[in-house]
Design a protein around this ligand. Sequence first.
Ligand code: BDR
Ligand code: CA
Length: 297
Amino acid sequence: MKKRVIIDTDPGLDDALAILFALGSDKFDVLGITTIAGNIGLDRTTANAGGLLAFMGRGDIPVIRGTDIPLTRELQDLVAIVHGMDGLKGVTLPDATSAPLNGAPDWIARTLAEAAPGSIDILALGPLTNIAHVVTEHPEVVDRIGEIIVMGGAVHAPGNSGPSSEFNFASDPEAASVVIGSPVKVTIIPLDVTRQVRADLNYVAAMPDTPHGRLARELLGVYLHNGRESRPLHDPCVMLAAVDASIFSIENMKLDIDLGDDPDAGRLLVDRRGMPVDVALGVDTERALALFRTGFV
Ligand code: BDR
Ligand code: CA
């Protein structure tokens, strides 16, 4: 049985790799791709999502534009150094085959309303603003969600936004707090594990010689910028957890989000009065890398 999923994303190189995996694997029925500002602005993340679908011949899957306004804060500086001014560091994609729809949270809510309880998973690869809007504005449909798997946060590992904060959660701390405090089952895939699932030059060279395998090779090639030996496959880890959670060691922890104003806003706080959440703290790196490759054959 394929998993019915909505991908919420800000492509972004590692988002693009995750999306290609999901479309190339036979494990997912992708109902729609909702976009969010993050790695780059919303127009670009939306265009990139449409381009990936066009490349894969999946123009039948809708792209729904989300928001670029965090729940209560300003949109933070974009990380063009990693993902380039186009979000894909110059890797070109075909144009989307149709215009995106508008209003990601409402589209998600309508899609959930038509679904059976627990039958749709949300794979969240960017800041959590769209999903927080669904949880707060459409509480009557959240029981249709089976699970939300989120790339975000750092538990014991250092941050990549502030000293201990991770980019997706730091981009909208209040949204992250709403989502992890929601009644839905949430699994967090933090930097602690995504930094262990790394592509190096040998891995890139061994990607299958298929059209989307070659595109993945190109994306990984520019991701390995400035002579870096390897790069973490952050967002693909969400897809891998959805296909085979046994690759990860997952613990239930009580967590809060730092909602302060310092540079570490958005960091995860381990707190016995916090919200119970499943968190991946370990990963079988070899199995993860092998599974990722299977999406490109
Ligand atoms: C996360 O931030 C983004 O830059 C990546 O796409 C990933 O979702 C890693 O912290
Ligand atoms: Ca992302």
